[in-house]
Design a binder for this molecule. Structure first.
Ligand SMILES: C[S@@+](CC[C@H](N)C(=O)[O-])C[C@H]1O[C@@H](n2cnc3c(N)ncnc32)[C@H](O)[C@@H]1O
Length: 347
C-alpha cells in the first residue's frame, strides 16, 4: 500500500549533506528505500524497525525517545505525521530542540489528519515555514528553526510520562499517549473479561499458560492473572510495551512482555490466546492485519487450546478464522461486541 503523503518525503531521504533524523511511523511498512548513512531513523513499531534494519538503515526502536540526539545537532528532521495528536506534537517539540539554527523540519500529511494546524502551530514555534498543497488533500510543510528558544511548546500531553489513566475494582492501569485507547478501558476488552469464566468453561482442562496478542497497556493480561498461570503479553508498539511492563512491575503477577509483530519470534505454544485485534494500520483499515493475527493465533495455539477474540459485531472474524481453523463460532454478544471462540479441533 503506497502512501501519497509519505511519497512527498522520499526526496529528503536521498543522499544530501548534513545530519538527518527520520521518524518512521506504522503507515510506512511497504516503504522500500535505499539506506542512507547520514540518516538516523527512530520508529515505535518493531516490525518497521526490522524491515528498515534489513534494508541497511541505522534504526532505533523506541517510544520516540529522542534522548539519543543532542541539542542543536541536526540539519534536518523528516516526518510523515502520525494519527495521534500528542505523538505529533511531541515529535515537533523534540525536532525543535534537536535541530541546529536554520535546520529544517519537513512534515507531510493529509488535510483530514490536521496537517494544516500542525503546520501553523509549528511555524509559531520555529519562526518560519512554508506549507504547500502537493496533491488533492496532501500537504508538504517545511519549517525553518529561526527562533533560538521555544516561545511555547506544543501540547504533547507530557508524552513520555507513564501515568495512572484509569482503574477498576482490581487494578490501576498505567498508560500514556501513543498506546491504543490509552486513557480508558476498552469496552470490548472489558466485555471479554466479564465473560472469561463462562468462556473458560468450554475448555476440557484448565489452561496452563496464556498469550495476550496485541496487549496494549496490558488490561487483558492483568485480568487473566487471577488464573495464576504464566501469561505472555506481546505488542509491536513501543509505547504499549513500556506501559505494559510498568503495569506488570507494579503487581505481583506471573507475566512477561515481548515486543514482536504478530507474535513473530515467540516459539511457545499456548492453551489460551486472548485478543482484541486491531483493524487499522496508520490511517487505513487493514484486512491483512486481521489475517496476520489469525495466522499467528493458528501457529501459537496448542492443538487442544482455545482462542477468544473480541470484536465489533460487524467484523466477519468467524469467516476469516475458518481459513486457518476447524472451528470459529460466536459464543456470546451484547449487541455491540461479540466473543468468538476459535480452536483447531471441532471437539
Ligand atoms: C484493539 S487494541 C487492544 C489492546 C489491548 N489488548 C486492550 O485490550 O486494551 C490492538 C493492539 O494491537 C496492537 N498491534 C497492532 N498491530 C500489531 C502487530 N502487527 N503486532 C502486534 N500487535 C499489534 C496495537 O498496538 C494495539 O495495542
Amino acid at each position: 500500500m503506497s502512501d501519497t503523503a509519505f511519497n512527498q518525503l522520499v526526496p529528503y531521504l536521498k543522499p544530501q549533506s548534513g545530519r538527518c533524523l527520520w521518524l518512521a511511523d506504522e503507515n510506512l511498512l511497504s516503504a522500500n528505500l535505499a539506506a542512507n548513512e547520514n540518516i538516523t531513523v527512530i520508529t515505535n513499531r518493531i516490525d518497521l524497525e526490522q524491515h528498515l534494519f534489513r534494508q541497511g538503515w541505522k534504526v532505533f526502536f523506541s517510544d520516540y525517545d529522542f534522548s539519543i540526539i543532542e541539542d542543536n545537532s541536526l540539519d534536518r528532521v523528516v516526518y510523515r505525521i502520525s494519527k495521534e495528536k500528542p505523538v505529533v506534537n511531541h515529535i515537533i517539540n523534540q525536532a525543535f530542540r534537536c535541530l541546529k539554527p536554520d535546520g529544517q523540519l519537513i512534515l507531510s500529511g493529509d488535510k483530514n489528519e490536521g496537517i494544516k494546524s500542525y503546520f501553523n502551530n509549528a511555524k509559531k514555534l520555529f519562526g518560519a515555514g512554508e506549507n504547500s498543497k502537493v496533491e488533492k488533500d496532501i500537504w508538504l510543510a517545511v519549517l525553518t528553526k529561526e527562533n533560538e528558544e521555544p516561545s511555547r511548546l506544543l501540547d504533547d500531553k507530557n508524552y513520555p510520562e507513564l501515568r495512572v489513566t484509569c482503574s477498576d475494582q482490581r487494578f490501576e492501569y498505567y498508560s500514556k499517549p501513543g498506546v491504543f485507547g490509552w486513557d480508558k478501558i476498552d469496552k470490548g476488552s472489558a466485555y471479554l473479561i466479564e465473560n472469561l469464566d463462562s468462556f473458560l468453561m468450554t475448555l476440557i482442562e484448565p489452561p496452563s499458560n496464556a498469550l495476550d496478542l496485541g496487549c496494549g497497556y496490558g488490561y487483558l493480561s492483568l485480568n487473566l492473572s487471577r488464573l495464576d498461570i504464566p501469561v505472555t503479553a506481546t505488542d509491536n508498539n513501543a509505547a504499549a510495551i513500556r506501559a505494559c511492563e510498568r503495569n506488570f512491575d507494579r503487581y505481583p503477577i506471573n507475566a512477561k512482555v515481548v515486543a514482536a509483530s504478530c507474535a513473530e519470534g515467540i516459539t511457545e505454544k499456548f492453551d489460551l490466546i486472548i485478543c482484541n485485534p486491531p483493524f487499522h494500520a496508520g490511517f487505513s483499515v487493514d484486512g491483512d492485519l486481521t489475517d496476520r493475527f489469525l495466522k499467528a493465533t493458528h501457529d501459537r495455539l496448542h492443538h487442544r487450546g482455545i482462542a477468544c477474540f473480541v470484536t465489533n459485531i460487524h467484523i466477519p472474524i468467524e469467516r476469516k478464522a475458518m481459513q486457518y481453523f476447524h472451528q470459529a463460532e460466536c459464543i456470546m454478544t451484547n449487541g455491540n461486541f461479540k466473543l468468538v471462540r476459535i480452536s483447531h479441533s471441532t471437539d
